[in-house]
Design a protein around this ligand. Structure first.
Ligand SMILES: Nc1ncnc2c1ncn2[C@@H]1O[C@H](COP(=O)(O)OP(=O)(O)OP(=O)(O)O)[C@@H](O)[C@H]1O
Ligand SMILES: [Zn+2]
Length: 729
């Protein structure tokens, strides 16, 4: 009689033992359905148990072991185990996060490929030789034949001219689905056009490929538009040709349909799998199983793709490695960037982190030679980086935040038929509605935040909890009708620009304008087709886009971030401005960036104007060293929330007392404090910071302390979470 140890998706730091009469070692890593309480749960078999913690007579028996899918391999189990240990999260929750929900349900996954590989069949070759009447189907077939031998992904064929006829070709038997293994032994990967690499790209490629296989972390620090993506694609091509799999992580796949398309076109014959949370269950499970079975050649995805099982893994790429979305901010708070490096070490493969604005942690690793550095200083296409200038707004009258100089520059671009972007990282019409006579402001009833005015759909909305209501016509407190939106967001600037430039097509690009992936793709298409003259955008516009006709970026409202309390605020501001500025002048036309500020002499803006990331990073690191911030210390944050602040703070005080009893030398415990946004969705939140100069000291302490915390009896309504390497402190 076998006993299996099962991870279940529960907030408990333990595994559960079950009887499994027919289980063998081959079932380790398989999904399983087990009875639990009065119902059943789906989990994962982590190991076979020898001696169960309770006597076998009291153990329940598993209901079903899913054997249609190959088991997750040992290296994958090691990965989730590491995540559970490093982030001090229950293993069951880590497994629940890492496995697609459809797979966990243990009810089988359809292996059908929605985007099969197609190739010309014998009947098709006959049709090509025969004297047939011209038809759409024949034209497409001829197009395919001219393109080479294939095979091609269905989606790629569809994207060709006359691609709608692909169904007809299949019906006539002119093309057929390529048989997986037989036809794909050596996929030909050179389908899309490839530019000649620039000398800098060549140098980076030679260095990285020249280092050979084996674990090696690289930072590719390349200015915006230097063609880092081209470097990734060439590296990927190299590994694919060797029959290896490539994992490519991007910060937000909803923001990068461009990249997805580029990869699909470049590697038309390769099996590209997308993995991100916006996928439907079935698609995500299918992609995961294809990765697991070794069928996927490239896995392209957001942070959760770092959990893809990849038996033939040869290379990991992390695009825009500085991006905060690599860190999960709820549940298991893992960093996919950091896990990518761990995974590469575990599997003995190179990992390439790329960015124009690396995180200070990564930059520091590169400086201290723990990561090898490759620098791209030149843009690939454009002759130069954009010219960056500050507009001193101290003595200017602004028109809805727009200075005369910025307006003039926008007018010039308009006259020349070029695109401009006004960057303002605040969506909505105005951040608050207020009453000048009694001082009432629109507060969120559930959060310590203001309700934002959304004129587009006439709502007051909380950007934290999402609650909303109509805009009142008079002050709810004194009845005065003269209530006004105060400050400005993208909608207000959009409205003013439309008045100032009636001939221009103004397009707002923020989360309200592009809520779904489809809306976002249509916005991107509009911009790419030249269907917009002036864009008004938030940080959504700052990430990796390549619009050759965009020549001007105007930045407004950036100063606020200079005074933010978070020690990472300057880093984030610099990254954001350098990234958004980097959208300008990427093609044949020169670019300009105008930053409106009341602090034109601020070193951050000066360094930005000189495109001097290194100077900024040196200065910022110096500050962090003297203040004792990461990367010179290692941090963990214990957060608690409850309906009343006292309850949250009391729990943290108690936790601190427990910590004092087991704190090793070198550990620093701070006092519990309310979080900056104290109240969120009716819960009051507080936090306790723990620090050590050595990661090992911190980790050793956390293991014992968290185990203690789990054993505390706490009030029902109190919740707590640990955040290792927190981004917000
Ligand atoms: N070797 C090359 N020859 C010609 N064009 C190139 C080459 N490499 C890249 N490009 C083009 O240069 C432009 C910028 O490249 P890419 O988008 O890869 O830059 P990037 O470094 O990823 O930029 P960012 O960090 O700003 O997102 C693209 O239009 C790309 O097609
Ligand atoms: Zn709220």
């Amino acid at each position: 009689m076998s006993i299996v140890r099962v991870a279940l998706p529960l907030p408990l730091p333990q595994v559960f033992d079950y009887l499994a009469p027919d289980a063998t070692a081959a079932d380790v890593g398989r999904c399983v359905t087990v009875p639990f309480g009065r119902g059943e749960r789906n989990g994962l078999i982590l190991a076979l148990g020898a001696a169960a913690d309770i006597e076998p007579a009291r153990l329940k028996t598993v209901r079903h072991i899913q054997r249609e899918v190959p088991p997750l391999p040992a290296d994958w189990l090691e990965l989730v185990d590491f995540v559970a240990r490093y982030y001090h999260a229950p293993i069951g929750e880590v497994v629940a996060l890492a496995l697609p929900p459809g797979l966990r349900r243990a009810d089988g996954v359809s292996g059908e490929d929605e985007d099969p590989l197609l190739q010309i069949a014998a009947a098709g070759r006959e049709a090509l030789c025969g004297a047939r009447r011209a038809s759409k189907a024949l034209a497409l077939l001829q197009g395919l034949a001219a393109a080479g031998e294939g095979p091609w992904r269905r989606s790629v064929v569809r994207a060709l001219e006359g691609g709608e006829a692909v169904g007809e070709l299949l019906r006539r038997g002119w093309i057929r689905v390529a048989e997986r293994v037989a036809d794909r032994v050596a996929p030909r990967h050179a389908a899309g056009a490839q530019p000649e690499p620039t000398p800098e790209q060549t140098q980076a490629l030679e260095a990285i490929l020249g280092a050979g296989p084996g674990f090696k972390p690289w930072l590719v620090h390349g200015v915006t538009g230097s063609g880092k993506t081209e470097v990734y694609l060439r590296l990927a091509a190299h590994l694919l040709a060797q029959g290896r799999q490539v994992l490519m992580l991007v910060p937000e796949i909803a923001l990068t349909p461009q990249l997805e398309r580029r990869v699909a076109q470049r590697f038309a014959a390769a099996h590209v799998v997308s993995l991100h949370s916006a996928l439907a269950d079935g698609a995500r499970s299918r992609g995961f199983v294809q990765a697991l079975a070794g069928e996927a050649d490239i896995v392209l995805g957001t942070r959760l793709a770092v959990f893809a099982p990849l038996p033939r893994l040869g290379l990991i790429l992390v695009d825009e490695e500085h991006d905060a979305s690599y860190k999960q901010q709820e549940g298991v708070r893992y960093s996919a960037r950091d896990l990518a490096v761990w995974r590469a070490r575990q599997r003995g493969v190179p990992v390439v982190l790329g960015s124009a604005t690396p995180s200070l942690e990564t930059w520091y690793h590169a400086r201290s030679e723990r990561y090898a550095l490759q620098t791209l200083n030149q843009r690939a296409l454009a002759a130069t980086l954009p010219a960056v200038r500050c507009i001193d707004t101290r003595r200017l009258r602004l028109d809805e935040g727009l200075s005369p100089a910025l307006q003039a520059a926008l007018g010039e671009r308009l006259a020349r038929g070029e695109q401009s972007l006004v960057f303002l990282n605040r969506r909505g019409y105005a951040p608050v509605l207020s009453c000048p006579s009694c001082g009432w402001v629109s507060r969120c009833p559930h959060c310590s935040a203001n309700l934002v005015v959304h004129l587009a759909d006439r709502r007051l909305r909380c950007h934290h909890c999402g609650c909303d209501g109509p805009i009142p016509s008079a002050c709810p407190s004194c009845g005065d009708q003269d209530i006004r939106p105060f400050g400005r967001g993208t909608q207000r600037v959009e409205a003013r620009l439309a008045e100032l430039f009636p001939q221009a097509r103004v397009l707002r690009v923020d989360r309200d304008a592009a809520r779904t992936r489809r809306q976002w793709e249509s916005v991107l298409a509009t911009i790419a087709e030249g269907g917009a003259d002036i864009l008004v955008g938030t940080q959504m516009m700052a990430k990796g886009h390549d619009f050759p006709n965009l020549t001007l970026v105007g930045v407004i409202g950036a100063d606020a971030a200079l005074h933010a309390a978070d020690f990472r605020a300057p880093e984030r501001l610099f990254q954001q401005l350098m990234q958004v500025g980097g959208r300008a002048g990427r093609g044949a036309l020169a670019g300009t960036v105008l930053i409106q500020t009341e602090y034109p002499a601020h070193p951050l803006y000066q360094q930005l104007a000189r495109h001097d990331f290194d100077a900024f990073a040196r200065m910022a690191l110096q500050e962090r060293r003297s203040a004792g911030f990461p990367p010179f210390t290692h941090q963990a944050m214990l957060r608690a929330d409850a309906p009343a602040l006292d309850a949250a703070v009391d729990f943290l005080r108690h936790a601190r007392r427990l910590a004092e009893e087991c704190a090793p030398e070198g550990l620093r415990l701070y006092d519990p404090v309310p979080m900056r946004l104290t109240r969120l969705a009716r819960r009051e939140r507080a936090q306790l910071l723990i620090e050590a100069d050595q990661r090992g000291v911190l980790q050793g302490f956390l293991a014992g302390w968290v185990a203690l915390l789990y054993r505390q009896r706490t009030a029902r309504e109190l919740r707590w979470q640990l955040d290792v390497d927190p981004l917000e402190v």
